[in-house]
Design a protein around this ligand. Sequence first.
Ligand SMILES: NC(=O)c1ccc[n+]([C@@H]2O[C@H](COP(=O)([O-])OP(=O)(O)OC[C@H]3O[C@@H](n4cnc5c(N)ncnc54)[C@H](O)[C@@H]3O)[C@@H](O)[C@H]2O)c1
Ligand SMILES: [Zn+2]
Ligand SMILES: [Zn+2]
Length: 339
Amino acid sequence: MKAAVVTGTEVVTIQEVDKPVLKDDEVLIKVATAGVCGSDLHLFRGTHAFRKPPAILGHEVAGDIVEVGKDVKKFKVGDRVTVEPHLGCGVCEFCKQDLVNLCTAKAAPGTPKWIGAFVEYFNAPEKTLYKLDDKVSYEVGTLIEPLAVAVHALERAQVKEKDCVVILGAGTIGLLVQVVAREMGYKTIITTDTARFNRDISLKLGAAAALDPLSEDVPAKVKELTEGRGASLAIIAAGADNILDQASACVRRRGEIGLVAMITKKIPFYCYSVVFNEQNIYGAMTYETRDFKKAAEMVNGGLDLDLFVTQKINLERSQEALDVLSRKEENVIKVIVTV
Ligand SMILES: NC(=O)c1ccc[n+]([C@@H]2O[C@H](COP(=O)([O-])OP(=O)(O)OC[C@H]3O[C@@H](n4cnc5c(N)ncnc54)[C@H](O)[C@@H]3O)[C@@H](O)[C@H]2O)c1
Ligand SMILES: [Zn+2]
Ligand SMILES: [Zn+2]
């Protein structure tokens, strides 16, 4: 079968690879769609923490079950599904608390333990599967994974007041956080993005304001829109040198800051602001299974995410799919690879 493999820095090659051999608790999925994610870009650019070339791209996937292992109980051939793409060791202190995202021995697609999703056939254990409602397109089904990241980012917050959330960065993740915040009942949602296209989408999705951090004073605007109080929560979904300072300045006393963006270099931060204002900072890494379940329920319940799919590109042209997201020369939120 065909697979899109990163074979060198910014080089994707279509190669023939073996179809996965099923374990008893697994199903084989004929892949319909796979999403290009920021972590695929890291692999593409050679900056990923654990995926190194040669590696098959992709972990956001939707398709049809074409084969089931003998121990599979709840799924059958023909079911349309998506996959929660991580598998814990099952015995560590984190797995015991259902925190697969924190398991240091977890298996993830695109590593020697599990094939990547930019392939014709993808294997997955039954316990990682979620059915897609007939009304849900494969494209939108593929978005359940990043939607689960957004659910987790907000579920990690402990602040009780749901009056105002500021989302710094309105790319795929920031915009999905916006959608989830709206569903959770946040009254005022303010976003920022340097790209006009992203700000426009955010406004279409109902943001009270979508600010340009390069030309507007973001904390001042947030204060203006919250009667001087500031936001109860800021979610960081973009990387910039001033992003932590900006988040802290947007948030009120006893407010919270959630870090979702993967900022892997050191950035300056005036931390006294956190002390003086008694703010909390937390990190959010992928999702727990309950977050993924909630994301799947939202999509199966009719959550409209069609706006997010800006490009559809065939597997054979995976190089172009990665280039589009990497170069950002055209308006892009989510690139979906079709198989
Ligand atoms: N924690 C996790 O589990 C997890 C999961 C997925 C992605 N991520 C990370 O979240 C971040 C966002 O991911 P994404 O897929 O939405 O990426 P993306 O590139 O689609 O979005 C980032 C957005 O930030 C905007 N931006 C750039 N500089 C900005 C600034 N100074 N202020 C405001 N916006 C700015 C860009 O225009 C872009 O729209 C990335 O760092 C990614 O690695 C984390
Ligand atoms: Zn992803
Ligand atoms: Zn574990």
